[in-house]
Design a protein around this ligand. Sequence first.
Ligand code: PHE
Length: 335
Amino acid sequence: MLDEIEKIEKETASIHFADAESLEQFRLTYLSSKGKIQHLMDAFRNLPGEDKKTVGKPLNALKARLEEVYKISKQQLTATSGTENKFDTTLPVSSMATGSSHPLKIVENTLCDIFYSLGFDIADGPEIEDDWHNFGALNFADDHPARDMQDTFFIGNHVLRTHTSSVQIREMEKRTPPIRLVMPGRVYRNEAISSRSNCFFHQIEGLYIDKGVSFADLKQTLYYFVQQFFGEGTQVRFRSSYFPFTEPSAEMDIWAGTDTEENRRLTKGTGWLEVLGCGMVHPNVLKSCNIDPEVYQGYAFGMGIDRITMLKYGINDIRDMFHNDIRLLSQFAGL
Ligand code: PHE
């Protein structure tokens, strides 16, 4: 009997089945009630006790192995060949919810695309900043009110950046002019939270440093941006302003009009909507970054992404953008 067991072992040692038919043949030959294994089992029962000891173990092992081979081969064959019978590919599929870009990200991407088309690269920097990059290098005096606890979140001797202008500094420290970059990111300010202002929001910073850059270049770039983003024919105006890191400085408004109640509310009755701050990079800022202001000049601008997004999509409460409410987010699928 041991010989017979060994013979079957050899026959089936590296057995492989190409199709369900050969597998069935295998089952009939070895594992069915009239198969070779059952035959051996019957013979085993009639053996004298001594022989049972020597034969039992290898016989059981053989049986277990063949059953295992059968089970696995059957699984493999159904996995590879069963699909065309098992699935009706003409049935309509149940709808599957997919993610979509957040409205802020959509607007950020649009802004980046517009400036990218003008030759601006994209950079980013850390949200936790040191005093030097957020304030010092940007020509903020030591007693400037923006450093005050009321506006700035402090983490030990670091701050949560209050604007993306910190990234200007990091990039100017790293690069040599010409530098042409936009830098989007999240910023933080310790402000009272309301429908129109939040303790964190998003900005995109622009920076261009080269020889012979003028305010006219700045105006033309921003003018082009406005036409692309807000539509052809959108009017703009520049109002003089103050930032420690630019001189001269300006704020740019776009004409929204006073025709509708909504426009009068948004523009406080003036028809003009403030969109961004800008100016020529202050010589002290260039010096802080080891760029010679006698050789290079440049402009910078920074704008809030949240407000523009709310304007574009008619979102009335800034906080709605951060509740992760699927009813709001799903409206942006495919954009
Ligand atoms: N950093 C300024 C702000 O947060 C915006 C700005 C950027 C102004 C660059 C001028 C130049 O308000």
